[in-house]
Design a protein around this ligand. Sequence first.
Ligand code: GDP
Ligand code: ADP
Length: 227
Amino acid sequence: MVAPPLLRAVIMGPPGSGKGTISARIIKHFGLKHLSSGDLLRDNMQRRTEVGILAKSYIDQGRLIPDDIMTRLMLNELKGLNRYNWLLDGFPRTVAQAEALDKVCQIDTVIDLDVPFENIKCRLTARWIHPASGRVYNLEFSPPKVRGIDDITGEPLVQRDDDKPETVTKRLQAYDAETRPVLEYYREKGLLKSFSGTETNKIWPHIYAFLQTKLPDVSQKDAATPR
Ligand SMILES: Nc1nc2c(ncn2[C@@H]2O[C@H](COP(=O)(O)OP(=O)(O)O)[C@@H](O)[C@H]2O)c(=O)[nH]1
Ligand SMILES: Nc1ncnc2c1ncn2[C@@H]1O[C@H](COP(=O)(O)OP(=O)(O)O)[C@@H](O)[C@H]1O
């Protein structure tokens, strides 16, 4: 029997648009492997690797990490995911990164979260994360069961240093200058699927319906279990 082709998907959107939140739902329902560039960089920073030490100086200033470093890191990680359907989150963020990715694989679809900047800033200052898993919380939108504590492991949550208002402004500027052209790049290739809205819970059903045309929902077996 010939196995169906593997799905190569990318999720894009400005900082705070809900990439991490929606990726978690996609993984739960469709069982893809998730590779988040931000989580990978934060793991490197925490372990004080060479890449992590270098990345910190850029991230703290709200700037993008240089393309060659970022591309090497991500493509190396992707090698281990060859046999799986995967979803890239936070990469590519520049046209040079998108071109490098194209050299090693064929992207099937790019999900673009088109959320206005004015909705984003207050989300980021209320964001708390569990660094080890990448789980994200928000004091208003999705609070943890116990304030400051991860629901699953009981470990402490932290705020990201780069979620300070002044750094957020710089990250949004970097998005406009360097990442919007990537949307055009994929639009021209006919791969871009944009979802516009101001609330994740309203955008999600559309993304869910779109992905159902590509993959079966593997969470159905748990449908009797609420959550
Ligand atoms: N108020 C509000 N917050 C949201 C919504 N969707 C996600 N968030 C929160 O906004 C923050 C940014 O979302 P995240 O998924 O981390 O975005 P990313 O930066 O694109 O990966 C997190 O604290 C989320 O919990 C929403 O619809 N409304
Ligand atoms: N593909 C990339 N290219 C360059 N820098 C990146 C990339 N992915 C992440 N970074 C750096 O890591 C920071 C955090 O990334 P991420 O967690 O994806 O942020 P966000 O929640 O803002 O989308 C970015 O502001 C940037 O400095």
